[in-house]
Design a protein around this ligand. Structure first.
Ligand code: AHR
Length: 494
């Protein structure tokens, strides 16, 4: 491997390490909010969860959905608690109590030090309601909606900067799903009104829900034909799983993610060419993670209950390795991917789990996400890699070594993130670090273990945790190391 300061991909936008809280399952109720819990603060937010979110240094959190937003009437979630209506949430067949809404979430986000990425409902609603919501949230005062916010106890505007124009609008499962033309028209008209209320905002248009959608590619092209001049980002979503218990293929899934990102960039640039535009469309990978463990349990959930344990994947070591590979895929295109949200943050396909009335703990995927958020800020460098390869049932020519490098010019620190996909053997790596000859290894963190299926649970919360036992040596600008079998590695040089 060669790492050179001159091989710059782009500056990493800190929002690459964003996350997501949706009104689904126990993400909000029993997750971030549980009045009566011994750790609850004066507003009902769990302090133990806040502390874990802060550990992750999450810069931005998408809210309130997800599929939920496509049926959400935001007015239900503001104003006096006693007057909040209970509603059927058709997206997840649950009852939404509306105890937590926009203002409470803004207060929680402030506590964890994150910005809010708000989504508007383009399923059952349209431009007028989005216009009212942004006036309620971002306008200082002196109008009906902004004064209503002030009367609700929020004198200062929230100044939410980033807004999603709906969610997964191409999906037949989506409340009020649309064709690309229908969505493109709705999105551009909504965008115009929202930017007229607050020209400082940035807008995300919905790309396809996943690369396997039948309309993938065509959807992006049509949506951008309508919205190119009004929006700033196009979204991507991806979830991977190991349903066939074929780990060699599972850990290679990010080859697909790389192709997916590459294809979306190609369509964006095609739209740019057609319009002879000077603007380059950026990407928001605003849902990504491993998701498959909870499918059977979810089928047993009773309809119309409040905060049932929905999509609570209990993550394994191998899932954490895939999450590490996904982060590397994002870093490889840091020039175009400005925002990304691991979906989600608490309880629902999440790095943080809680027990109702009980403890909070870190899942295996917490660690690669935390490492990237803490040490992956700066300039993403393109490592030149020559790696031995393998074939799996689903993929050919899979490199054993997957890696990204981030250089923080200010603190002069270099971090190499590296995965060894080999399930049986350690991988010897030699890296030519050129301009980093005078550096020393600050630490080499490793997440590995004897059992790829090992998990952290409430009873055994520390079964899978990183250790500082990596074997790296740096001499005359050459790094030599052995990456343990199936491992996530963070090699930090100062
Ligand atoms: O993150 C869970 C769900 O996955 C979201 O609500 C939806 O957007 C996606 O299909």
């Amino acid at each position: 491997m060669i790492v050179d300061k001159e091989f710059v991909i782009g500056t990493v936008d800190p929002r690459l390490y964003g996350s997501f809280i949706e009104h689904v399952g126990r993400a909000v109720y029993g997750g971030i909010y549980e009045p009566g819990h011994p750790e609850a603060d004066e507003r009902g937010f769990r302090r133990d969860v806040i502390a874990l979110v802060r550990e992750l240094r999450v810069p931005i959190v998408r809210y309130p959905g997800g599929n939920f937003v496509s049926g959400y009437e935001w007015e239900d979630g503001v104003g006096p608690a006693a007057a909040r209506k209970r509603r059927l949430d058709l997206a997840w067949a649950a009852v939404e109590t509306n105890e937590v809404g926009t203002n409470e979430f803004a207060s929680w986000a402030e506590k964890v030090g994150a910005e809010v990425m708000m989504a508007v409902n383009l399923g059952t609603r349209g431009p007028a309601d989005a216009r009212n919501l942004i006036e309620y949230c971002n306008h200082p005062g002196g109008t009906y909606w902004s004064d209503l916010r002030r009367s609700h106890g929020y004198e200062a505007p929230h100044k939410f900067k980033t807004w999603c124009l709906g969610n997964e609008m191409d999906g037949p499962w989506q409340i009020g799903g649309k064709t690309a033309d229908e969505y493109g028209r709705a999105a551009v008209e909504t965008a115009k009104l929202m930017k007229w209320v607050d020209p400082s905002i940035e807008l995300v248009a919905c790309g396809s829900s996943m690369r396997d959608m039948p309309t993938f590619g065509q959807w992006e092209d049509t949506v951008l034909d309508h919205t190119y001049d009004q929006v700033d980002y196009l979204s991507l979503h991806a979830y991977y799983g190991n349903r066939k218990d074929d780990t060699a293929s599972f850990v290679a899934k990010t080859l697909e993610m790389d192709d997916y990102i590459h294809s979306v960039i190609a369509v964006c640039d095609y739209a740019k060419a057609k319009k002879r535009s000077k603007k380059t469309m950026m990407l928001s990978f605003d849902e990504w993670n491993v998701w498959y463990h909870s499918a059977d349990a979810d089928r047993q959930i009773e309809r119309w209950t409040i905060a049932p344990p929905r999509i609570e994947d209990a993550y394994t070591l191998e899932d954490a390795i895939v999450v590490g590979c996904m982060i590397i895929s994002l870093l490889k295109r840091a020039d175009r991917i400005r925002m990304a949200c691991i979906a989600q943050l608490v309880n629902v396909i999440a790095p943080i789990m809680t027990a109702n009335g009980g403890d909070a703990w870190r899942q295996t995927i917490f660690y690669p996400y935390m490492h990237a958020s803490l040490y992956g800020r700066g300039v993403s460098l393109k490592p030149i890699i020559r790696s031995p390869k393998y074939d799996s049932a689903a993929y050919t020519d899979v490199p054993y070594l997957e890696s990204a490098a981030v250089y923080d010019e200010e603190s002069e620190q270099l971090t190499i993130f590296a995965v060894n996909r080999d399930l049986k053997e350690g991988l010897e790596v030699e890296a030519d670090l050129r301009q980093f000859a005078g550096y020393r290894i600050a630490e080499h963190l490793v997440l590995d273990g004897p059992d790829p299926k090992a998990r952290n649970t409430e009873v055994q919360p520390l079964r899978v945790t990183p250790h500082a036992g990596g074997s790296s040596e740096l001499r005359d600008g050459r790094l030599r190391t052995i990456l343990p079998k199936l491992s996530w590695n963070v090699i930090r040089l100062t």
